[in-house]
Write a protein that binds this ligand. Structure first.
Ligand code: FAD
Ligand code: PHB
Length: 386
């Protein structure tokens, strides 16, 4: 097989890149190790920045998101038993949209297939060769046979555990990592929303987050031990923990419902520099990870491929490589802004195992400052909306 851009991974990064390249008149093939059913059912992110929403709309894949997504103009910070609204739109002129990542995936898969795009699901043992030549190769097993794609470029969009990043010789990779001594326990619940906007809660027992998916389904998280196991958390224990961490003296109560999904998520910050080696370009989680406290991961993946699609488009139109040369440094600017914001939100809202009462008070002082200073609230808001 031959194509212009071979794309490894059909997450938001790989699928959106393929879609944007198609609009630029550039051919691509997307290789995905999982099945279409699996990628369309994996529960992950929920918050889209205004810029992400605008790009999806402008590129023609935003119709269902516009209809079914929920525009939120604020979030709540809850600490010391009280809620404080951060008026995102009033402070920044922008809003966020709550629309699940797997719905974005469904919309992108449908758009690619309708346009006759090539998406290969169930690909095994993908491996990259000749990345430092002008004809890189991607070899893989598919439908019981070995296949090879020769392309002009390879886009590594295969997430944190993919094969693209490790295909870069280690002497060309500078990696920056921080892992956190906690994870998130996430649940999906059949219940009406308990709140009109997301609640980020600081509590001495640890962080909790109330998010939503639809008028019938709610998404809740609470900080947990990353080594903990789902089997240790029967429903009653989950509700008790959430009620405790979200308690207020303001007459608010958390609505319960049937829990139909539970999972534990590790928390990590990670960046590789540069996001390119020869003809391989990394995008999304393959190049960087943020803890989910800032809701930035999916939005960063979208920004990477926006920049990358424009660079490929410019290369094929003009044979000029300038935008490809600057891709990594352009993308990394936003990556590091989001790394800082996500680290900051995580540090301010979670309980650390070595926390002293002093650190707890320092966190409260910072939260108090955010809700009493317009300047500080704007700092949070403009980072949050992107
Ligand atoms: P992925 O979504 O990981 O996609 C990579 C794809 O590559 C996968 O489909 C995988 O199967 C495939 N693949 C892997 N290896 C191979 C291989 N060898 N061959 C072929 N295919 C391969 N972000 C936000 O912006 N807002 C949020 O609110 C938010 N909340 C989150 C909540 C949770 C619980 C989690 C876990 C994440 C959250 N994120 C959030 C982060 C967001 O989900 C990720 O940043 C996003 O999925 C990154 O997209 P991606 O396409 O780069 O990678
Ligand atoms: C989600 O709805 O899954 C979600 C929302 C906000 C976050 C992280 C995850 O910060």
């Amino acid at each position: 097989m031959k194509t212009q851009v071979a794309i490894v991974g059909a997450g938001p990064a790989g699928l959106l890149l393929s879609h944007l390249l198609h609009l630029e008149g550039v051919a691509s093939v997307v290789l995905e190790s999982r099945s279409r059913e699996e990628i369309e059912a994996t529960i992950r992110a929920g918050v889209l920045e205004q810029g992400t929403v605008d790009l999806l709309e402008q590129s023609g894949v935003g119709e269902r998101m516009k209809r079914e997504g929920f525009v939120h103009e604020g979030i709540y910070l809850r600490f010391a038993g009280r809620s404080h609204r951060i008026a995102l739109t009033e402070l920044t002129g922008r809003a966020i949209t709550v629309y699940a990542q797997h719905e974005v995936i469904k919309d992108l898969v449908a758009a690619r297939l309708a346009a006759g795009g090539t998406l290969l699901f169930g690909v095994k043992d993908a491996a990259l060769y000749d990345l430092d030549s002008t004809a890189p190769k991607t070899r893989f097993h598919w439908n019981g046979k070995v296949h090879e794609i020769e392309s002009d470029f390879v886009a590594g969009c295969d997430g944190f555990h993919g094969i693209s990043r490790p295909s870069i010789p280690s002497r060309h990779r500078h990696e920056f990592t921080r892992s956190y001594p906690f994870g998130w326990f996430g649940i999906l619940v059949e219940a009406p929303p308990s709140t009109d906007e997301l609640i980020y809660a600081h509590h001495e027992r640890g962080f909790a987050l109330v998010s939503t998916r639809s008028p019938q389904i709610q998404r809740l998280y609470f900080q947990c031990d990353p080594q903990d196991e789902v089997k240790n958390w029967p429903d009653a224990r989950i509700w008790e923990e959430l009620h405790t961490r979200l308690a207020t003296g303001e007459g608010w109560t958390l609505g319960e419902g049937r829990i139909f999904q539970k999972g534990i998520i590790a928390m990590r910050s990670f960046v590789v520099e540069p996001m390119r080696y020869g003809r391989l370009f990394l995008a999304g989680d393959a190049a960087h990870i943020v803890p989910p406290t800032g809701a930035k991961g999916l939005n960063l993946a979208v920004n990477d491929v926006r920049v990358l699609a424009e660079a490929f488009g410019s290369f094929y139109k003009t044979k000029n490589q300038a935008l490809l040369e600057s891709y990594s440094s352009t993308a990394l600017k936003r990556v590091w802004r989001a790394e800082h914001f996500s680290w900051w939100m995580t540090s301010m809202l979670h309980r650390f195992h070595d926390d002293t009462p002093f650190q707890h008070r320092i966190q409260l002082a910072e939260l108090d400052y955010i809700v009493s200073s317009r300047a500080k609230a704007i700092t949070l808001a403009e980072n949050y909306v992107g």
